[in-house]
Design a protein around this ligand. Structure first.
Ligand code: ZN
Length: 450
C-alpha cells in the first residue's frame, strides 16, 4: 500500500510539473470527461465520470462537479459513452489467426510467428479493446520476445501474459517447437524451470491425464515454487480430476465433448476445492463463444469478410486464410460442435454453481475466430445466452483476470494508481453489451491508440 501511494504521489507531481508544457511534447494530463464509468469494481456505474491520467497511470477518478480538470489538461469527451477498464482475454493464441488447417499453418508460417503473426494478433486484440491477453501455447523465445517488444513500446499490441510452450506428456508430430513432452518428474521440473527462467508468466498444461501423477505434481509444484500459476486444459474428465489433485490454479474450456454434464464426482471435487478459501479462488475460463457461434457463422459468414482481421497480415496470408474458410460447413475442427453446443450452457452453470470464478477467454485464433471478434462475442454470449449480468461479465474480463494474474495492484480497474488501460464505446454497453464490438476509444498505459 505504501509503495502504491508513493507511486501515485510520484505521478501526481510528474503530472503537475509537465502540465504547463506545450502539446506534443512530454506527456501532460489527460482527462476523460462525461461518460458513464463501469470501473471494474462491484458497485453501480459512475455517471458523468472524470478520469485524470498522468503519464501511464490514472491519477484520480471522480465526477463532473466534484473532481476538477486541471488547466492545461487534454480533455477527451466521453459523453454518451460507456467507459470501462481495458478488456482482458484470458485465453488467446497469437500464433494462429483463424486459419482452418493447423498442420499447413505450422509448416507454412512457423518462421513468421515472431516477426509477423504474433505481432499482428496482438495489435488486432488491442485495437478491439483488449488491452491485456493471456497467450497460452507458442514457441518459448517468440512468446517472450513479442511480449517484451510490446512492453518496451517497440510493437503496438495488447499487454501479453505468456505461457510459452504447452507442457504435456508427448508433443504431437511436428509441434515440438511449442509442445514440450515430459519424461519423468525430474524432466518435468527441469522444463518448468527452463521456461520460468526465460520469464514466462504462467505454465500451461495439456493432456495431464497422460502424465504420471508424479510428473504432474512435479510440474505444478515447480511452477508454484517459481511463482507461476498453472493453467490446464480440461477436455477430458481425468484431466480435471488429476489437475484438481495436483493443485492447478485455472482450468480452460468446458470440455467433455458432447457429454451433457460434468459427472457428480468432479463437481464434488470442485466444490471441495472452492470451499478452501486459503487457497484463493479456483479460476475457470470456459471459452464458450467459438463453439456457441459456429453454426451461426457457418450459415451467416459475412463477419468472415470483415477486413478488420487483415490488420498486420500480408495479403498472401490473408488469401490463404480465406481459402481455408471457403466451406465453413466442412471444417473438421467443428465437426462435433453442433452436438456440443446444446451442452455448453448447462456445463457453464454447473461450474458457476460449484463456486469457481469464471473468466472471459476465447481460444481466439482458432478457425474462423479472429482476434478482432472473439472477445466481445464471449461477453455477448455470457450476457445474452448464458444469463450472466453485465457487470459480473465485465468484471470477468477486467477485475478478476488482474487478480488471477496477481496484477490487480497495477491494472484491471479504473481507479487511482492503476495503469491507464481504458476503453469506451458509444452507447450503453450495460444495456447492449454487443456495443463492445466497436469501441471508440482504446487507451493502454496512458497512450491513446483509437
Ligand atoms: Zn486454447
Amino acid at each position: 500500500m505504501t509503495a502504491l501511494r508513493f507511486a501515485l504521489l510520484g505521478t501526481l507531481i510528474l503530472g503537475a510539473s509537465l502540465s504547463g508544457q506545450p502539446a506534443g511534447q512530454a506527456p501532460k494530463t489527460k482527462a476523460l470527461v462525461g461518460g458513464t464509468l463501469v470501473d471494474g469494481f462491484a458497485g453501480p456505474p459512475i455517471q458523468n465520470s472524470v478520469i485524470l491520467i498522468d503519464g501511464d497511470r490514472i491519477s484520480a477518478v471522480g465526477q463532473v462537479g466534484t473532481l476538477a480538470v486541471p488547466s492545461g489538461a487534454e480533455v477527451i469527451s466521453t459523453e454518451g459513452m460507456t467507459v470501462l477498464p481495458g478488456l482482458w482475454d484470458m485465453h488467446v493464441h497469437t500464433m494462429i489467426v483463424g486459419h482452418a488447417d493447423y498442420d499447413h499453418w505450422d509448416k507454412a508460417y512457423a518462421s513468421q510467428f515472431e516477426s509477423v503473426i504474433m505481432p499482428a494478433a496482438a495489435k488486432q486484440l488491442l485495437m478491439s479493446g483488449v488491452t491485456s491477453a493471456r497467450d497460452l501455447g507458442a514457441p518459448l523465445e517468440a512468446s517472450i520476445n513479442v511480449r517484451n517488444r510490446i512492453n518496451e513500446g517497440k510493437l503496438t499490441g495488447a499487454t501479453l501474459y505468456v505461457s510459452g510452450p504447452f507442457i504435456q506428456h508427448e508433443p504431437y508430430p511436428n509441434t515440438e517447437a511449442y509442445r514440450w513432452g515430459v519424461k519423468g518428474p525430474d524432466d518435468g521440473r527441469a522444463k518448468v524451470r527452463k521456461i520460468a527462467d526465460a520469464g514466462v508468466d504462467v505454465v500451461k498444461l495439456i493432456d495431464q491425464d497422460q502424465m504420471t501423477m508424479e510428473e504432474l505434481r512435479a510440474v505444478v509444484d515447480e511452477a508454484h515454487k517459481n511463482g507461476k500459476p498453472v493453467v490446464a486444459h480440461s477436455h477430458r474428465p481425468e484431466e480435471i480430476r488429476r489437475g484438481l489433485m495436483a493443485g492447478v490454479d485455472c482450468f480452460e474450456h468446458t470440455g467433455l465433448a458432447t457429454a451433457p454434464a460434468y459427472p457428480d464426482d468432479i463437481i464434488a471435487m470442485i466444490r471441495e476445492r472452492t470451499a478452501k478459501m486459503s487457497l484463493g479462488p479456483l479460476y475457470w475460463t470456459p471459452t464458450i463463444e467459438g463453439l456457441l457461434n459456429y453454426e451461426y457463422l457457418r450459415d451467416n459468414p459475412e463477419a468472415l469478410d470483415d477486413p478488420a482481421w487483415h490488420e498486420g497480415l500480408p495479403d498472401a496470408i490473408v488469401a490463404d486464410i480465406k481459402k481455408s474458410l471457403e466451406h465453413p460447413d466442412r471444417l473438421p475442427y467443428f465437426q462435433l460442435t453442433a452436438a456440443r453446443r446444446p451442452t455448453l450452457a448447462h456445463k457453464f452453470k454447473q461450474l458457476r454453481d460449484a463456486g469457481v470464478v469464471q473468466l472471459i477467454g476465447t481460444d481466439s485464433g482458432i478457425p474462423m475466430n479472429f482476434h478482432t471478434h472473439s472477445t466481445w462475442r464471449e461477453l455477448d454470449a455470457w450476457v445474452n445466452v448464458l444469463g450472466v449480468d453485465p457487470i459480473t461479465t465485465i468484471r470477468a474480463a477486467t477485475y478478476w483476470p488482474s487478480v488471477a494474474m496477481k496484477m490487480d495492484s497495477k491494472v484491471g480497474t479504473v481507479s487511482a494508481g492503476k495503469y491507464a488501460d481504458i476503453i469506451a464505446a458509444r452507447g450503453d454497453a450495460l444495456r447492449y453489451i454487443s456495443l463492445l464490438q466497436r469501441v471508440d476509444l482504446v487507451m493502454k498505459h496512458g497512450v491513446r491508440y483509437k
